[in-house]
Write a protein that binds this ligand. Structure first.
Ligand code: HEM
Length: 227
């Protein structure tokens, strides 16, 4: 009997490319949807409560613009074609200095001004500080030539940047899931104010845990390869 022809196998890099396309598209979609309410520069369109303080809205607009830039540039750093030294450096600087640093600084101001109470304020404030600190540590590591440390910090920064995505996935999902429990007469704004403080934590703590598990697994695999 003639040997059966080999089953053609998909190139090994195909799943990785599909994952990259998926993450990049998701980040771009969330960025577009997020920015839509703020392009008209009308405080009445803001999706969060605003204090009677003139600077609240301008800081929110600054935060949306810079954080959206951080979200758009983050997945580009993962594309092999853009990881050539020049492109990676240029996109990295835009990501940090026009995206993460001003996004985190304005995020901290917004956290203090949040109208959703101390649990939401603390969740967002801690996220701002960690976002800034992990990005600064990644920048410092590469300036000192510590490439492995730079990569590990970049994974943490990315997981925190994705809080912008997880928040916008979790919020509508939890509102839909909890609406039946709240009853037919439930006020949408009340439900939002109930759910929002929990989301201020749930949008980033699991991301960071997954990032740490990934880093541990990767360093375990590297150690096993050396042995
Ligand atoms: C990762 C660090 C981030 C922190 C600490 C942070 C913090 C905050 C805070 C405190 C608010 C105001 C919420 C309130 O008043 O209660 C806010 C609003 C907002 N943030 Fe962020 N944010 C972060 C990342 C992002 C990212 C990556 C995006 C990109 C999409 C983003 C887009 C927005 C938008 C659009 C709003 C206005 C509310 C809305 O329309 O959904 N943020 N953020």
């Amino acid at each position: 009997m003639p040997p059966s022809p080999p089953v053609p196998s998909a190139p090994a890099h195909r799943p990785r490319t599909a994952a990259l396309v998926g993450v990049t598209a998701l980040c771009a979609l969330v960025a577009l949807v997020s920015v839509a309410a703020y392009v008209g520069l009308d405080p009445a369109d803001a999706r969060v409560g605003l204090r009677d303080f003139g600077l609240h809205y301008p800081v929110l607009v600054l935060h949306v613009g810079t954080s959206v830039l951080a979200l758009l540039t983050a997945p580009l750093q993962l594309w092999p074609a853009l990881r050539r030294r020049g492109a990676h450096r240029v996109i990295g600087r835009i990501h940090l200095f026009a995206g993460v640093f001003p996004g985190a600084a304005s995020g901290l101001v917004l956290a203090v001004m949040s109208t959703y109470g101390p649990v939401a304020q603390t969740g967002f404030a801690l996220l701002s500080v960690l976002w800034f600190a992990t990005a600064a540590a990644g920048w410092r590591a590469i300036r000192r030539g510590r490439v492995a440390d730079h990569r590990a910090w970049a994974v943490r920064v990315f997981s925190l940047t994705l809080a912008g995505v997880t928040l916008r996935l979790l919020l509508p999902l939890s509102l839909v899931a909890l609406a039946p429990l709240a009853g037919p007469d439930a006020d949408g704004e009340e439900l939002f104010a109930m759910v929002y403080p929990a989301i201020a934590w749930l949008c980033w703590v699991p991301n960071l845990v997954v990032a740490e598990l990934f880093l541990r697994r990767r360093s375990g695999t590297a150690a096993a390869a050396v042995r």
